[in-house]
Design a protein around this ligand. Structure first.
Ligand code: PLP
Length: 399
């Protein structure tokens, strides 16, 4: 018999399944609000001009493609640390940050999770309720038991902070807390800086381990402002983990460019940690690919390209904001009296619209508009041609 006789069909990934259904839909007016990707006003994934120039420079040099070091390019890892902790970071100067280039934010989370599992396989991992769906799967795949801490409050459309804090206060020492640095996926609801400080205080007093996921730096208020929670962690003196990604901020989704940064107590600890994280990588994919990391490092280290990138990132951020205000205006113009202004307050690419699974289904069936069944929509998939139709569809399904 087949060696695969006992292999069952795995459940479909909910978001990728949505994409397949969207592809198969023959209606011309169809809109896919399901994915977490930034599209420009023409509905295209942009190739940023700063990226294009860096790629052309690299193409001209026609560099050989030797292996990278296990931890990736030094210039790239330095650039990541500067984005996360600022140009004059005492933490970085003290040698407390270990950064390795990873295969996107997902790869960074997985390398971090595998390393943590070697340190304490019995530790429990807590993710926000709700969270990016891959957080749970990833940490479970690394061998952990995964629970949730209260986060989103549907009645206020904000964070249920007292419940979150109470939960954190009840966890066993050594528990791993996965936090979204900004642009919480899927809710768009972030903590205030004062709340972050309270979270950090509990993490310290309960001896918890923070794993901060930064997938959208620059999409809320700007590169520096969005890193403010990380700067509070840096000032706290704690040891912690950061996964970061350039998929969205550089529009380099398919190049898989991310980084894992482990912050330790001191330079000596950093050296030991790096040596072990390298073993995790060596036995997995050995070393990261060359292209994406070098392009990002080139852009970030050249003042002109860097300025260009910051402009382009601001352009993406501003367009999403415009889509937020326009969607709220147009839903009201379509005759809806329910207050949708929360969409303007939510940050990042997503909005938790409050649409029910049945309403989402109806949007798909009647209007060819695809969203995640939780009511999450991607604002970056709206544009000047489809926003009216989306607003009207929302109005019609909640009527
Ligand atoms: N973390 C969060 C919260 C995300 O939303 C995403 C992407 O959607 C990632 C991590 C992973 O990003 P990447 O595509 O770089 O692996």
């Amino acid at each position: 018999s087949s060696i695969f006789a006992a292999v069952e069909m795995a459940p479909r990934d909910p978001i990728l399944g949505l994409n397949e259904a969207f592809q198969a839909d023959t209606r011309a007016e169809k809109v896919n609000l399901g994915v977490g990707v930034y599209y420009d006003d023409n509905g295209k994934i942009p190739l940023l001009a700063a990226v294009k120039i860096a790629e052309e420079q690299r193409q001209k040099l026609a560099p050989p493609r030797g292996y990278q070091p296990i931890e990736g390019a030094v210039a790239y890892n330095k650039a990541v640390q500067t984005l996360l902790f600022g140009a004059n970071s005492a933490l970085v100067d003290a040698g407390r940050a270990v950064t390795i280039e990873a295969l996107g934010g997902t790869g960074a989370l997985r390398v971090g999770a595998d390393f943590l599992n070697r340190l304490d396989p019995k530790a429990k991992v807590y993710i926000s309720d709700p969270s990016w769906e891959n957080h749970r799967a990833l940490f479970e795949a690394a061998g952990f038991e995964v629970g949730t801490y209260p986060y989103y409050d549907a009645s206020t459309r904000g964070v249920n902070f007292s419940a979150m804090l109470e939960a954190l206060n009840s966890y066993a020492a050594g528990s791993i807390i996965v936090l979204h640095a900004c642009c919480h996926n899927p809710t768009g609801a972030d903590l205030t800086l004062a709340q972050w400080q309270q979270v950090i205080d509990v993490i310290r007093s309960r001896n918890l381990v923070a794993f901060v996921d930064m997938a959208y730096q620059g999409f809320a208020d700007g590169i520096e402002a969005d890193a403010a929670p990380l700067r509070l962690f840096a000032d706290s003196g704690l040891e912690f983990f950061v996964s970061s990604s350039f998929s969205k901020s550089f529009s380099l989704y398919g190049e898989r460019v991310g980084a894992l940064t482990v912050v330790t107590a001191d330079r000596e600890t950093s050296a030991r940690v790096l040596s072990q994280v390298k073993r995790v990588i060596r036995t997995n994919y050995s070393n990261p690919p060359t292209h994406g990391g070098i392009v990002v490092a080139t852009v970030l280290s050249d003042p002109n390209l860097r300025a260009q990138w910051e402009d382009e990132l601001a352009g993406m951020r501003d367009r999403i904001r415009l889509m937020r205000t326009q969607l709220v205006e147009r839903i009201a113009a379509a005759g809806v009296t329910r207050d949708f202004s929360f969409v303007i307050q939510q940050r990042g690419m997503f909005s938790f619209t409050g649409l029910t699974a049945a309403q989402v289904e109806q949007m798909k069936d009647a209007h060819g508009i695809y969203a995640v069944s939780t009511g999450r929509i991607c604002l970056a998939a709206l544009n000047s041609r489809n926003i009216d139709a989306v607003a009207k569809a929302i109005a019609s399904v909640i009527a």
